[in-house]
Design a protein around this ligand. Structure first.
Ligand code: 3UK
Length: 526
């Protein structure tokens, strides 16, 4: 599918609503505690659309969604698209300072937030005078009694109250297929999140190119993802792709890091497709009772993305469960997966082959194609690729170059035509499928009173997965010890999202540096 195959007037709400004619009363969304049919999802999305309009939201305006995976998340997503507004999928694991950045960058006037994350919004709402409406999924917080509501907040309400009384009918705003539909933030190498804009067309194009053509999803499928809906891996794989073929989705509000809870969902809701990260597969394999306590028999296929899936994990999963894992590389800039293994064509340890609809090249510094087998920069072209970042002129020009997206990934092609990931061209690392910036971890460690300076690099653990390692130079009056190593790791766990903490600390006398004083991280990778 190409962009020009779509009608000029196209709203991605179609991905949900085409089901109303064919299967309105099919159970489409399974979660604890709510199970909804396509008709019910559509009615609730319409109520959200009307409630947004009542807040004065107009087409083209941003609506923040900072919530755990749930039926409400889905209704808010589709309700936003339906009225032509732009959905911001906000990562639920960030800090208040990062939410502050995102709200200011997008100037969202409406924010829908899960009750459990309210405290972080509470901390920054006064610093965001543009924020006028806050809708809390769960109990409305008791603000206003002890602590006055900031003057800018016109409206603080619970989700249930917000949509109650709203009509379940709502006109679709006729968007152009190239109108912006979504904004997702991905961490940049400076640690500052980059807002990635996608058009209505991109959502359906990736659903067709990978979900339908490669995964061969059908209405009989039921998907389940550890990747949350705020991440386009989750939005695409666990919502848009299944709905595009009339399949259903299983949503889980809990942490993807608790393998036992995740597997309990598989047992309970019986998905056929399971999206996970390499770390998630490794954690599940570490459970001694994987096969005795959980029922994986509903699954026909597993998917891994976010970081490279090491071949040993692929083989171990296959031996233990009998299931194949499809590894594919995707990026938020593309919306979803663009190089992938196929259900009938898998090379463990490789990302697979380009997904038809995308053109992929591996080039050197001068954008000349490298010889087969040589490592180069991965660039690609395709109709679902974003045109720019929000408010990042210089960064956008470096990344979106004419027809081509510069991914920042190093790749090579083997003699059979399979693509292999060979690392990132910058120092960013993926931990458990989520970006971690060495700079951010370093600045946290340096804030500890015992530390002079430090450098963080990626290191592979026993399962061949990437984790941060810190090299630390201590204050003269400090002595290196296993206790201090533990203390520094704990310190990082408290100050940042837990996955970013270093797993190892090595104390050194000095860090390798260039003449201009820049730390040479590559010398520390081993
Ligand atoms: C890395 C991989 C090796 C690679 C994503 C599927 O991860 C997603 O999007 P992000 O924007 O990160 C993109 C970067 O992550 N990566 C992703 N998958 C793989 N490296 N093997 C893989 N299978 O560096 C890439 O540039 O967070 C993944 C679908 C949608 C997504 N947004």
């Amino acid at each position: 599918m190409k962009a020009s195959d779509l009608p000029i007037q196209y709203n991605a709400i179609e991905i949900l609503e085409h089901n109303l004619a064919e299967r309105a009363d099919k159970q489409a969304l399974f979660s604890d505690p709510r199970t909804l049919t396509f008709r019910e999802i559509s009615a609730e999305a319409n109520q959200v659309g009307n409630a947004l309009k009542a807040c004065g939201v107009r087409p083209g305006e941003y609506v923040g969604l900072l919530a755990h995976d749930s039926a409400e998340w889905v209704a808010c997503f589709f309700g936003t698209l339906k009225i032509g507004a732009i959905h911001i999928g906000m990562n639920t694991l960030l800090t208040a300072a990062e939410y502050d950045y995102i709200l200011k960058d997008s100037r969202a006037r409406v924010l829908i937030v899960s009750e459990a994350i309210w405290d972080k919004v509470d901390a920054i709402r006064e610093a965001n005078p543009q924020l006028e409406h806050i809708i809390v999924i769960g109990e409305k917080p008791s603000v206003g009694e002890e602590k006055p509501l900031s003057p800018n907040i016109q409206h603080l309400t619970s989700y249930v109250d917000w949509i109650s009384g709203q009509s379940a009918e709502c006109d679709t705003f006729t968007t152009h297929r190239e109108d912006i539909a979504t904004l997702n933030y991905s961490s940049g190498s400076t640690g500052q999140p980059k807002g990635i804009l996608h058009a209505h067309k991109d959502l359906i194009i990736t659903a067709v190119l990978w979900g339908q053509n490669i995964m061969k999803l059908t209405a009989n499928d039921r998907t389940f993802a550890l990747a949350k809906l705020f991440f386009t891996f989750g939005t695409g794989g666990n919502l848009l792709m299944p709905f595009s073929v009339g399949a259903s989705t299983v949503l889980f509000a809990g942490s993807p890091r608790v393998a036992t809870d995740v597997l309990a969902q598989v047992t309970k809701f019986k998905p056929t497709i399971f999206y996970n990260s390499p770390t998630g597969y490794a954690m599940s394999l570490a459970l001694p009772d994987l096969l005795t306590s959980y029922d994986l028999s509903s699954l026909r296929l597993c998917v891994s993305a976010g970081e490279a899936l090491p071949a040993p994990i692929w083989h171990q999963w296959k031996e233990t469960t009998g299931l194949d894992i499809i590894d594919g590389i995707g990026a938020t800039e593309v919306y979803h997966i663009f190089i992938s293994n196929r259900p009938d064509d898998i090379k463990p340890g490789a990302s697979g082959k380009p997904v038809p609809g995308f053109e992929v090249r591996i080039v050197d510094e001068n954008w000349k194609d490298v010889a087969q087998g040589d490592i180069g920069n991965l660039i690609l072209k395709g109709d679902s690729i974003s045109l720019s970042y929000l408010h990042q002129y210089e960064k956008s020009k470096q990344t979106f170059v004419g027809d081509w997206l510069f991914t920042g990934d190093k790749y090579f092609v083997d003699e059979d035509g399979y693509y292999h990931h060979a690392g990132r061209s910058d120092d960013m690392m993926k931990v458990g499928g989520i970006w971690a910036s060495p700079m951010e971890i370093e600045s946290t460690i340096i804030s500890h009173p015992a530390v002079v300076e430090c450098a963080v690099v990626s290191k592979t653990d026993d399962s061949d997965l990437i984790k941060p390692k810190a090299f630390v130079v201590l204050m003269a009056d400090q002595t290196a010890s296993p206790e201090l190593e533990k203390e520094l790791i704990e310190y990082c766990r408290e100050k940042m999202a837990g996955y970013k903490r270093p797993r190892w600390v090595e104390f050194v006398d000095a860090l390798p540096k260039t003449a201009t004083g820049k730390i040479q991280r590559f010398k520390l990778r081993g």
